[in-house]
Write a protein that binds this ligand. Structure first.
Ligand SMILES: Cc1cc2nc3c(=O)[nH]c(=O)nc-3n(C[C@H](O)[C@H](O)[C@H](O)COP(=O)(O)OP(=O)(O)OC[C@H]3O[C@@H](n4cnc5c(N)ncnc54)[C@H](O)[C@@H]3O)c2cc1C
Length: 396
């Protein structure tokens, strides 16, 4: 693998840097705040909209649907530069999950109706997969869709639905045939969140943030034209989407920036009068983290190189998910260790009105540590990813 960049690629890097520098002057302040609870819907969308205006919002999409047409290396450079500049990630639900399902399996009318609005940020999507009793065992889902003429009538409950409180649309896995093998009776529906009978109830998490929800469906009428692909073939589209979701969760470039930040903290914090970074124990832990991260980066590059030859990532995306999220968690653990006692005052993201205790870099360290516990659960828990690797990659 040749890892040197051509002059054209370096010129592209400069173009990305210039764009980011200008964008930073236009973004609201809350964008730089790590706690999601302090962001409004407009804050979330501000960066998305600037990228859309530039034509850069969907680097992974085919050009014909509004993608950038970038090479894999350009996408890599863009990811590196945005992470280095600590730009917020765009929300994955439309761009990385539902969009690819629609342009791969949807009909022309669906592509025309939904794809431009995902790109522009006009439609905010959320993911209706998990249910009480159907998480790891997703095929066990019970939300029922019964066909009546040109509509489905949907009844049931989805849970852990991230940011559904802002959503205009939800993509849902529903049971359309309960009489067959679980995987064979599922369909993929696109549901307008304004349809009568939908209720969104907040689930407030440990750091006080309103990040996830329960979504209830009570006789919700969904036009049949909003079904993606064939009836009862939804499991195929669901699995395709999960591969996209899992690859995106690795966040290698963001972790590289976070490790640099951790090292800056360790240079400032003193132990027995010496910088923490010089402590043998701590520097070994950071070195171990950097080695893991470099290995993950090469794995990601290998996946991207395959993609550039037209081979989409398959179950290998589970490797990226496991290692990527373990590293993200490890960074929050070592940050807590580095800031020591200053991690104890545990500031809640919402309703905080006291002055933070300790240096700026310690603020929110505990909140981030707790919040990041989610990463080994969402997108399919890491235990389940190991099962996938055992069966589908190693053939055990
Ligand atoms: C912050 C957050 C956001 C989320 N956002 C969304 C969203 O927007 N939309 C959505 O649809 N879902 C979302 N989820 C749900 C997520 O996909 C599920 O939580 C996940 O799939 C695990 O399912 P579960 O919570 O039902 O746990 P369970 O399936 O009940 O698992 C409980 C534990 O048992 C383990 N386990 C289960 N089965 C096995 C097995 N066969 N082998 C080994 N171990 C096993 C699991 O690893 C886990 O540790 C989100 C979750 C979180 C935490």
């Amino acid at each position: 693998m040749d890892l040197t960049f051509s002059p054209e690629e370096e010129a592209f890097r400069q173009e990305v840097r210039a764009f980011i520098a200008e964008a930073k002057t236009k973004l609201p302040k809350a964008i730089g705040v790590p706690e999601s609870a302090t962001r409004s819907k407009e804050d979330y969308l501000a960066w998305h909209k600037l990228l859309f205006q530039k034509g850069w919002v969907a680097p992974a999409w085919p050009k014909q649907y509004g993608g950038t047409g970038w090479s894999v290396t350009q996408r890599y450079i863009f990811g590196q530069e945005t992470a280095e500049a600590e730009m917020p990630a765009t929300l994955p639900f439309g761009l990385s999950m539902c969009g690819p399902v629609i342009y791969t399996f949807g009909n022309e009318a669906q592509k025309k109706k939904f794809l431009p609005r995902i790109l522009s940020g006009e439609d905010w999507w959320c993911q209706g997969y998990s249910e009480p009793g159907a998480g790891s065992d997703l095929a066990n889902l019970r939300t029922r869709a019964v066909r009546e003429g040109d509509h489905y009538i949907v009844n049931g409950q989805k849970t852990w639905t991230t940011l559904a409180q802002y959503a205009d649309w939800i993509f849902c896995l529903v049971r359309t045939d309960p009489s067959v093998k679980p995987q064979e009776g599922i369909s993929f529906l696109l549901i307008d969140m304004k349809t009568p009978g939908i209720e969104v109830k907040p689930i407030i998490v440990l750091d006080g943030a309103h990040e996830v929800n329960d979504v209830f469906f009570d006789n919700v009428k969904v036009p049949v034209e909003n079904r993606v692909g064939e009836e009862n073939k939804g499991w195929t589209y669901a699995k395709f989407l999960l591969v996209h979701e899992r690859s995106g969760i690795a966040r290698v470039a963001g972790s590289k920036r976070a490790v640099e930040r951790l090292k800056e903290i360790a240079r400032t914090e003193l132990v027995d009068g010496k910088p923490l970074i010089e402590s043998g124990d701590f520097i070994h832990k950071v070195a171990e983290l950097e080695v893991e991260l470099a290995a993950l980066e090469f794995t990601e590059l290998r996946t991207l190189a395959q993609e550039s030859k037209g081979k989409m990532a398959g179950p290998e995306s589970s490797i990226l998910k496991i290692r990527g999220t373990e590293i993200q968690q490890r960074i929050t653990e070592l940050t807590e260790e580095a800031v020591g006692y200053y991690a104890f005052p545990y500031e809640r993201a919402m309703g905080r009105n006291e002055y933070p205790v300790g240096p700026d870099y310690a603020v929110g360290a505990a909140g981030r540590y707790f919040n990041m516990r989610k990463a080994s659960i969402y997108g399919g828990s890491n235990e389940i990813q190991r099962n996938i690797i055992a069966k589908a990659v190693l053939g055990l």
